[in-house]
Design a protein around this ligand. Structure first.
Ligand code: GLV
Length: 308
């Protein structure tokens, strides 16, 4: 099988030895370095160059080396009839769970307030509200959403999840569909966004939805930034409706220098690093997909209409 690696932002020198080890019979070439006329059967992609898919007209399958496929589906020459697979957790879930835990601890153990006190040379222990009493709502019930919800339940939090369709997650109250969103958000202390960007999720959380959260709620966002109205977030953070936010994803990335979020004392900004792709986890999943496809065994594919 012939595989093209088209992920300009990833280091091919690190990926190729692992891919060759997992798929010893494959001919794997890096996009742009393949011999003239060489056409691949499968493409491993992460934000491939414009025009990439037009240059590879014989693909039998495409694997996205990340969880989100929003940018990929928006590429002008993306072949919607070719089976598309994506990483499903592949080690990312545990990293994102850590990121979410960091946010929960930062605000739950008052590090935001102690930081401000330190700057003002104030030594003042605060009364601690049991952080585990905080009600956490996780938006997203996919592979990563489930890993995070399970981890938080194990930590002792009361967890609700919201997703498009109904699912069972042990120990979690799951809400499904737009009609159930308001009930899911009500009485929430920490809102965790792990949703992909799709037609249904874009702009899901506006001022009206933020108002449903308990006053002083915290937002942790590590899915896609387009889920929130950033203006509503800023207003919520200014008004005190939100105590603070830990944000990894934004409507526009890199976050523009003129965004007020950069400068707000109650906001922590990170540059889309909550769930990086881990080479070993990814290679294991990629090789499993490709070997199954070659053997005619079905694999979970992205529905290009729903966008995940
Ligand atoms: C990262 O954002 C990913 O989609 O994997």
């Amino acid at each position: 099988m012939k595989i093209v690696f088209a992920a300009p932002s990833l280091d091919a020198q690190l990926w190729l030895p692992e891919l060759n080890r997992a798929l010893p019979d494959a001919d794997i070439q890096v996009d742009g370095q393949q011999p003239d006329g060489w056409l691949a059967d499968y493409a491993l992609v992460w934000l491939p160059a414009a025009g990439f898919f037009s240059s590879q007209p014989q693909l039998k399958g495409i694997v996205n080396l990340g969880a989100g496929v929003d940018k990929l589906l928006a590429q002008a020459d993306f072949p919607r009839q070719v089976p598309l697979m994506k990483l499903r957790d592949a080690g990312m879930g545990a990293l994102i769970l850590d990121y979410v835990r960091y946010g929960l601890l930062h605000f739950g153990r008052d590090f935001d307030r102690y930081r401000a006190d330190q700057r003002a040379l104030v030594w003042q222990p605060l009364e601690l509200n049991n952080p585990l009493k905080r009600k956490v709502t996780v938006l997203g019930t996919g592979a990563i959403g489930q890993t995070v919800a399970n981890g938080l339940v194990a930590d002792g939090y009361t967890v609700r999840s919201w997703g498009r369709s109904s699912k069972h997650i042990e120990g979690v109250e799951v809400f499904a569909g737009q009609a159930a969103l308001a009930d899911c958000l009500a009485d929430t202390d920490v809102l965790v966004n792990l949703l992909p960007c799709t037609q249904e999720t874009q702009g899901l959380i506006q001022q009206k939805q933020l108002q449903l959260l308990n006053r002083g709620a915290v937002v942790i966002s590590a899915g896609r930034g387009e889920i929130f109205s950033e203006l509503a977030l800023v207003q919520g953070l200014e008004s005190g409706q939100l105590r603070g936010a830990l944000l990894d994803v934004f409507e526009q990335e890199p976050l523009p220098a003129n965004s007020p979020l950069w400068r707000m004392d109650n906001v922590l900004v990170t540059p889309h690093i909550a769930g990086p792709t881990l080479i070993d986890g990814a290679v294991e999943q990629v090789s499993d997909y490709l070997l199954k496809l070659e053997a005619g065994v079905s694999v979970p594919c992205v529905d290009v209409e729903t966008g995940y």
